[in-house]
Ligand binder design. Structure first.
Ligand code: BES
Ligand code: MN
Ligand code: ZN
Length: 483
């Protein structure tokens, strides 16, 4: 399984250096209604071809223009409706979307025929679109189109961004038969080792000895023992940032078993852990001056005679007793124990990432993680970073008024609400109870999956929020995000 980690650390073949002498095919971007002057790099035959083939310059539309031998001489890519022609005017999501072309062009070497406002973001979009998950295919992987980097692009950052996201995607895409709690641990250890982070893992019954009863209860019915992965990196006197990722390698729902359709994609229920590892990798690779701690409860929510049950009352790491309302709400249980451990250090910032509720998807769909934060200032800055790097999420409230729905007749708290409403909010409120000493607590309820391909996001696993969090931390603690 450390193969998985190796795979994503191999050299990225999406880029040629800016200094490369290789002949590269120009990509000309043009808007709807492009004027003749804006297409001045094209020959008159090329312009005529665009016209006669009714090329519309819509966003995503591509024309391959041949030379007299029939080789591709130029690519024209539409940018849709824009005020001025030029890529110079595009930034953020618009720039990201039009530059995510690697998977849409034939094998070859290209360059973008324009000055870019955010060359690193453009390069990142290109690289992210080149991802393929071919670990289980017998056919040889195809080659991908390569981009000659803009001379102002920050190649190491673009590569770190792409490789970190690839690690997250690979972890999510790997099926649960090959990725159990142990393999997730191995991936985390491989990452920790690469950056000389110290790593400690508590496994199986040792979870009871060390007082992580909820992680143990959720994971104990699996033949693959549950564990808590805990690694730390960076100078101890730097500001403490702790990431907590839900690592449910497969979610059957437990005794409250999921129907077949709902279970189909549940290999991705470790998407929070995958996004956490992707974020951690980015933080370490770009050397942000923070004291990073990563906590991943890695469990399989399985069905067996020793499984935890609805109605059980369980102790927790924090000492709060929890009544189990539904064994399918397992994510918040394993996170609760990890969050109260995180809270003990009184960090500057604790962020949890989790494929936590179906309700968040009903509210916001697959592309927009639901975002919660105890500080309005931190929330605003995080939303801005998310928007800037086109890795969006949307804020929802920790609505105190719904706390009452978590009342239990027998225990300190019930982990699910009694009613059908506000499922993502009540899950977030449950988690917040376990964070008391961190300066700020932020929580992301994500999907971890792209159902159908979008620019820079091939269908399948997605380490949502990793680039956004890294950009935010770079603004707050580092030298600013590189775009
Ligand atoms: N992993 C699921 C949440 C999920 C389901 C995320 C589908 C993305 C897509 C989580 O463990 C779960 O089953 N949550 C339940 C909670 C309910 C029982 C209170 C849910 O959302 O239905
Ligand atoms: Mn579940
Ligand atoms: Zn789950």
């Amino acid at each position: 399984m450390s193969d998985l980690f190796q795979r994503s650390t191999r050299a990225l073949d999406a880029f040629l250096p800016a200094s490369s002498r290789k002949r590269t095919i120009p990509i000309t971007f043009a808007r709807v209604g492009a004027e003749r002057s804006e297409l001045s790099a094209l020959t008159s035959a090329e312009r005529t071809f665009l016209k006669s083939s009714e090329f519309g310059f819509a966003r995503g539309e591509i024309a391959l223009l041949p030379d007299e031998k029939g080789d591709v001489a130029r690519v024209v890519a539409g940018i849709g409706k824009a005020e001025k022609n030029a890529l110079e005017t595009l930034s953020g999501g618009d720039l990201f979307a039009v530059c995510a072309l690697a998977n849409r062009l034939p094998d070859g070497d290209y360059h973008i025929d324009a000055e870019l406002t955010e060359p690193t973001l453009a390069a990142t979009a290109w690289a992210l679109s080149s991802y393929r998950f071919d670990a289980y295919r017998n056919e040889a992987p195809g080659k991908s189109a390569r981009l000659r980097l803009d001379k102002l692009a920050d190649r190491p950052t673009a590569e770190a961004l792409a490789q970190s996201i690839f690690l997250g995607r690979d972890l999510i895409n790997t099926p649960a038969n090959d990725l159990g709690p142990e393999e997730l641990e191995q991936a985390a250890r491989a990452l920790a080792d690469t950056f000389d982070a110290s790593c400690e893992v508590t496994i199986g019954d040792a979870l009871l000895d060390k007082n992580f009863p909820l992680i143990h209860a959720v994971g104990r019915a699996s033949t693959r023992p549950p564990r808590l992965i805990d690694f730390s990196w960076g100078e101890p006197d730097h500001p403490k940032v702790t990431l907590v990722g839900k690592g449910v390698v497969f979610d059957t729902g437990g005794l409250n078993i999921k129907p077949g359709n709902s279970m189909m994609l549940m290999k991705k229920d470790m998407g929070g852990a995958a996004a956490t590892l992707a974020t951690a990798r980015l933080i370490m690779e770009t050397g942000l001056p923070v004291r990073l701690r990563v906590l991943i409860p890695a469990v399989e929510n399985a069905v067996a005679g020793n499984a935890f049950r609805p109605g059980d009352v369980l102790p927790s790491h924090a000492g709060i007793t929890v009544e189990i309302g539904n064994t399918d709400a397992e994510g918040r249980l394993v996170l609760a124990d990890a969050l109260s451990l995180a809270d003990g250090d009184e960090p500057d910032l604790v962020i949890s990432l989790a494929t936590l509720t179906g309700s968040a998807r009903v509210a916001l769909g697959p592309d927009l993680p639901a975002f919660y934060a105890t500080s309005d200032d931190v929330a605003a800055a995080m939303e801005k970073s998310a928007h800037d790097v086109h890795d969006p999420f949307w804020r929802m409230p920790f609505w105190d008024g719904y706390e009452g729905t978590l009342k239990s007749p027998v225990a300190d708290v019930c982990h699910i609400s009694t009613g059908p409403f506000a499922g993502s909010i009540t899950a977030a409120l449950f988690l917040r109870r376990f964070v008391k000493h961190a300066a700020t607590y932020a929580h992301l309820d994500m999907y971890g999956w792209t159902p159908s391909a979008k620019p820079g996001r091939p269908a399948g696993g997605e380490a949502q929020c990793a680039r956004a969090i890294h950009a935010y931390l770079s603004e707050r603690y580092g030298r600013g995000a590189s775009r």
